[in-house]
Design a protein around this ligand. Structure first.
Ligand code: PMP
Length: 429
């Protein structure tokens, strides 16, 4: 037995499926998950000391690379002063000011401890604000695991939701309407029928939980338009895209102003942080200023705020996102070139520091249906071949990849060279 296999079997004895979050188990690709011991810069090191160039980055937060000295120093300094007080601290105000400075759509912001909490609370706020129950989401978009959002579509453009997990009451799921991502007509049609019953639309402005699918021109504009027309709240779930695709998130890249924004990942710099914010008019109905309840023992935790603030200060440096975007494009164009040389049907998407890899016969992947048609078996073999070569990609064909500021030109070139070998190997059987 390898050390990872021993650790995994020990974990399975005491943790459901051996992991604290399902996709970590390699259920999407088969095999035994790598157990991580430590990480530095662009590299993670497993329990046996093997190094991997990491394109998961803890699923997005590690935009500066792992264990960045400035972030670690900020965390150490905060920890020395105590881990949690459950009372106001100055750093919470500084963090709120920083996000408000960077995101023009945010006038007030509330900190929580995960992306799930952020989206769950934003939905409650939108319902409280509008006095309506129905919400709209898109198939293939993930917004955490609260009941209202753990709902997928059946067939057809307009589907009243069925739960995608046992334990989600039908009565809750019925209020979640799931439409097709990037289908503006379906949105306009639904709002034409029942727009005045809809509390909000929640959307990943660049979808990152069905691999990586950018919005087609006009899609986000349509969402803004129907929400304005029918008095519904537009929520951009920027848990993944916030401070990842650009300094102003996807709302800056596509120039659309949502009513509410949910954040997570990068704003915590690797610590458990989420946040939701938006227009003063809506945020002011939140307790204790208003009647919509929301709270958290560890919300605004000083150590987590220190990690997040140190991270935001660094991504704010001039040229940060230009350099990150250039690295990401260097990676995807390099991978495309070697796939083409090997004669493998392959295409990529990239926005800022976020990318998607697709084993597809199509030139461009723009929808959930396109993603579902990709060759998953090929992806699994590619994933394992790259892992053996020392490259850690997301262990699922339905997740986005992430480049960090710590990835060097040499890391990217080495990844592309390894991929060339792995693409060729795919054709051998
Ligand atoms: N929204 C989006 C867009 C996400 O990508 C995620 C997590 N991948 C979440 C919400 C949930 O965040 P968390 O895992 O921190 O609860």
């Amino acid at each position: 037995m390898t050390e990872a296999a021993t650790l995994f079997s020990e974990a399975k004895r005491v943790i459901p499926g051996g992991v604290n979050s399902p996709v970590r188990s390699f259920s999407g690709v088969g095999g035994t998950p790598v157990f991580i011991d430590r990480a530095q810069g662009a590299y993670i090191y497993d329990s046996e000391g093997k190094a991997y160039i990491d394109y998961v980055g803890s699923w997005g937060p590690m935009i500066l690379g792992h264990a960045h000295p400035a972030v670690i120093a900020a965390v150490k300094a905060a920890a020395e002063k105590g881990l949690s007080f459950g009372a106001p601290t100055e750093i919470e105000t500084r963090m709120a000011e920083k996000v408000i400075e960077l995101l023009p759509s945010v006038e007030l912001i509330r900190m929580v401890s995960s992306g799930t909490e952020a989206t769950m609370s934003a939905i409650r706020l939108a319902r409280g604000y509008t006095g309506r129950d129905k919400i709209v989401k898109f198939e293939g978009c993930y917004h955490g695991h609260s009941d209202s959002l753990l709902v997928k579509a059946g067939s057809g453009a307009l589907t009243f939701g069925v739960p995608s997990s046992p334990g989600v009451p039908n009565a809750v799921a019925e209020n979640t309407i799931t439409l097709t991502y990037n289908d503006s007509e379906a949105v306009a049609e639904l709002f034409g029928q029942i727009g005045e019953q809809i509390a909000c639309i929640i959307v990943e402005p660049v979808a990152g939980n069905m691999n990586c699918i950018p919005p087609v021109p006009g899609f986000l504009e349509t969402l803004r338009k129907v929400c304005d027309q029918y008095g519904s709240v537009l929520i951009f779930d920027e848990v993944m895209t916030g401070f990842r695709v650009g300094l102003q998130g996807a709302q800056g890249v596509y120039n659309i102003k949502p009513d509410l924004t949910t954040l997570g990942k990068v704003i915590g710099g690797g610590m458990p942080v989420g946040a939701f914010g938006g227009s003063r008019k809506i945020m002011e109905i939140l307790a204790p200023a208003g009647p919509v309840y929301q709270a958290g023992t560890l919300s605004g935790n000083p150590v987590a705020m220190a990690a997040g603030l140190a991270t935001l200060e660094l991504v704010q440096q001039p040229g940060f996102f230009e350099a990150l975007g250039a690295k990401t494009r260097r990676l995807t164009s390099g991978l495309q070139a070697v796939a083409d040389q090997a004669g493998i049907g392959f295409t990529t998407n990239a926005v800022g520091g976020m990318f998607g890899l697709f084993f597809s016969a199509k030139d461009k992947v723009t929808s959930f249906a396109d993603v579902m048609q990709c060759d998953q078996e090929r992806f699994k073999r590619f994933f394992h071949a790259m892992l053996a070569e020392g490259v850690y990609l997301a262990p699922s064909a339905f997740e986005a990849g992430f480049v960090s500021a710590a990835h060097s030109e040499q890391d990217l070139n080495s990844t592309i060279e390894k991929a060339a070998l792995c693409f060729k190997a795919l054709l051998k059987t």
